[in-house]
Design a protein around this ligand. Structure first.
Ligand SMILES: C[S@@+](CC[C@H](N)C(=O)[O-])C[C@H]1O[C@@H](n2cnc3c(N)ncnc32)[C@H](O)[C@@H]1O
Length: 240
C-alpha cells in the first residue's frame, strides 16, 4: 500500500506538470479570476492557499509556499513598520507581507503593468486590507523610487525609510534600484533588510548586485543566501 500511495502521488504530480505545460504562459487575468472566485473573501490564509492551488496546475509567477515561508521568517524577525515591494504581480507576496506587519505597518508595492496592478490591488482588498495599510504604485521601479519620498509620511516612532525591501521584479534592475534607494536615503539608516528573489541560477543581475554588496562591506553584508532568496542587510548608523 506504501508503493500505491507513492505511485498515486507521482501520477498526480505528472498530471499537474503536464497541465502546466499544456496551459502555457502565465495569465494574470486567469490567476486573478481563479483566486477571486475560489477563495473565501476576507480570509488571508484562504487567499494564499487558493494561489498555491492554482499554481499546482497552471503556470504562475507567485513565489509559492516554500519561498513564502522563508519570507515570513524575515518579516517576523524584522517586524518592519514600512515595507517596499518591487514587482507586485497578482498580490500574493503583498498579502503575505501585509498579514505579518505590525498594526501601524504600511506596504508600498510597485507594479509596472497597469492591468496587473489593478487586479493585484483588488486581491489585496479582497484579503481585507485597507488603503490605510498599503499603496500600489503603477510604474517602473526606477520611476517609483524617484518619487517615493513623496509617498512616505514621517513616522515619529522609527527612523525614516524602509526597514524591509522585497525585490522580485527584474534582476537587471536590482542593482540600479538598490543604488537609487540608497541615494534617495530610502533605506532605514539604523537597519534595512533587502530581499532579492532569485528565480534563475543564471541571473546575471543578481550576481552583479551581490558583487557590489560584497565590495561595500562598510554598509552592507549578505545575511543569508538561500537558493531562491538572498537577504542583504544595510546599516548606516550603529544603534547602541
Ligand atoms: C515575478 S513577478 C512578482 C511575483 C510576486 N512577488 C509574487 O510572488 O506574487 C514580477 C512582477 O514584476 C513586474 N515588473 C517587472 N519589471 C518591473 C519593473 N522594472 N518595475 C516594476 N515592476 C516590474 C512584472 O510586471 C511582474 O508582475
Amino acid at each position: 500500500s506504501r508503493y500505491r500511495v507513492k505511485v498515486a502521488t507521482l501520477c498526480r504530480q505528472a498530471v499537474a506538470w503536464a497541465l502546466k505545460l499544456v496551459r502555457g504562459k502565465v495569465c494574470v487575468r486567469r490567476t486573478h479570476a481563479f483566486v477571486f472566485s475560489q477563495c473565501t473573501h476576507g480570509k488571508v490564509d484562504s487567499i494564499l492557499e487558493t494561489f498555491d492551488l492554482y499554481a499546482k496546475t497552471h503556470p504562475s509567477l507567485c513565489i509559492g509556499p516554500e519561498i513564502g515561508e522563508a519570507l515570513d521568517e524575515v518579516v517576523r524577525r524584522v517586524s518592519p513598520s514600512r515595507v517596499l515591494e518591487l514587482g507586485m504581480h497578482c498580490g500574493y507576496t503583498s498579502v503575505r507581507l501585509l498579514r505579518l506587519l505590525p498594526p501601524a505597518g504600511r506596504l508600498i508595492t510597485v507594479e509596472l503593468d497597469p492591468l496587473t496592478a489593478e487586479l493585484g490591488e483588488e486581491i489585496i482588498l479582497v484579503a481585507g486590507f485597507k488603503h490605510s495599510q498599503f499603496q500600489v504604485l503603477t510604474s517602473s521601479s526606477a520611476e517609483a523610487i524617484s518619487t517615493l519620498h513623496l509617498n512616505i509620511e514621517p513616522n515619529s516612532q522609527t527612523s525614516e525609510g524602509f526597514s524591509l525591501v522585497l525585490m522580485d521584479h527584474d534582476p537587471q534592475q536590482y542593482l540600479p534600484d538598490l543604488l537609487a534607494l540608497e541615494r534617495e536615503e530610502l533605506l532605514c539608516p539604523s537597519g534595512c533588510s533587502v530581499l532579492l528573489i532569485n528565480r534563475s541560477q543564471r541571473a546575471e543581475g543578481l550576481r552583479e548586485t551581490l558583487d557590489h554588496i560584497r565590495a561595500r562591506a562598510d554598509f552592507y553584508f549578505v545575511k543569508t543566501e538561500l537558493q531562491f532568496m538572498v537577504e542583504v542587510f544595510y546599516q548606516r548608523e550603529i544603534t547602541v
